[in-house]
Design a protein around this ligand. Sequence first.
Ligand SMILES: Cc1ncc(COP(=O)(O)O)c(C=O)c1O
Length: 395
Amino acid sequence: MTDGFFKYQAQTSPYPLALEISHAKGSYIYDTNNKAYLDFVAGVSACTLGHCHPKIVDAIKNQADKYLHVMVYGEYAQQPAVDLCAFIAKHLPAPLESTYLVNSGTEAIEGALKLARRVTGRSQIIAAHNAYHGNTMGSLSLMDFEERKAPFRPLLPDINHITFNYEPHLKHITTKTAAVIVETIQGGAGFIEPENNYLTVLKAKCKAVGALLILDEIQPGIGRTGKLFGFENYNVIPDIVVTGKGLGGGLPIGAFTASKAHMDTLQDSPKLGHITTFGGNPLIAASALATLKEVVNSDLMAEALIKEQVIRQHLKHPLITQIRGRGLMLAALTTSADITNKVILEAQNQGLILFWLLFEPKAIRITPPLTISIAQIIDGCGIIIDLLDNISDHN
Ligand SMILES: Cc1ncc(COP(=O)(O)O)c(C=O)c1O
């Protein structure tokens, strides 16, 4: 299979992991030799309920028997999308009640940026250093790593950057600012939480100058931090909340939610202010709704915080300097990028899936499915500790 993978499938890097997948179930992925891999990554925070959760599979099968794509987003009333948007509205604080469904996280970010410009009539967008919001032109424009942006310029103009958690930079938010966009917990930067009421103060500053606050919940959202939305941990209500990844239960999705008054601006002058063919797709909406219902109606969110403590207890090692993050959005930092690389690559041989973070080379990503068991967590942590012991012995 890998021959075709390298020959015909466009690559994102010269060194993909290239695991040959046979099937996946619960917390395990199986390769074509039927070797099991315990999944500490969950498709990069996407597989909230693990792999092929029966309630998600049932929801998809039931919907597949009724209808698939019937019309572009926004024309026909389709029960799965209506129910999904209503569920999201019910679980978000006022005035966040109108949701636009799209196909990926980055598309939801694009929609949120357009909405902010439309609502405020302003153009300036302020993002944070070390942020990641996706890879389409608008989302890429928000990133501040010039080496990653330069080959694709010209990008969006009127983007400025502030340092996350650094209050003196809030003075750059002015009456020219359409929106400030930050990740609720910075992901690629190393799972950095907001500190000292930063998000509360940031929202107050935005409000004072008439700018909108967009929170990117694409990684922290959907129960991963012990709350359905990560921002519920930090005493803030954004003007626009963007979700994706874990919302889909293993299928591709993005969504941005705002007040009805704000969202209505996309439908008029010009009409069709944002359009998409497949957004709100019934199969995907059914899968997302099944995921949300299970997260909300089970103990998974409370358990995420207990599982965090188990991980923290079982990942104590001289080569681990720090564990950042909250709930099941954790990053273990080792003493060097080299050690992190060795652990991630060797873990795969040992039957444990780990992964990197985009901009923090010392970080080992630990974002397992919320459904992982305590015993499985202890097994996986044991593999990491053995690998680190081995590295210590050879140094
Ligand atoms: C915080 C954050 N925002 C946006 C995105 C983009 O989402 P997608 O890859 O679905 O376009 C990601 C993806 O990793 C992300 O982590």
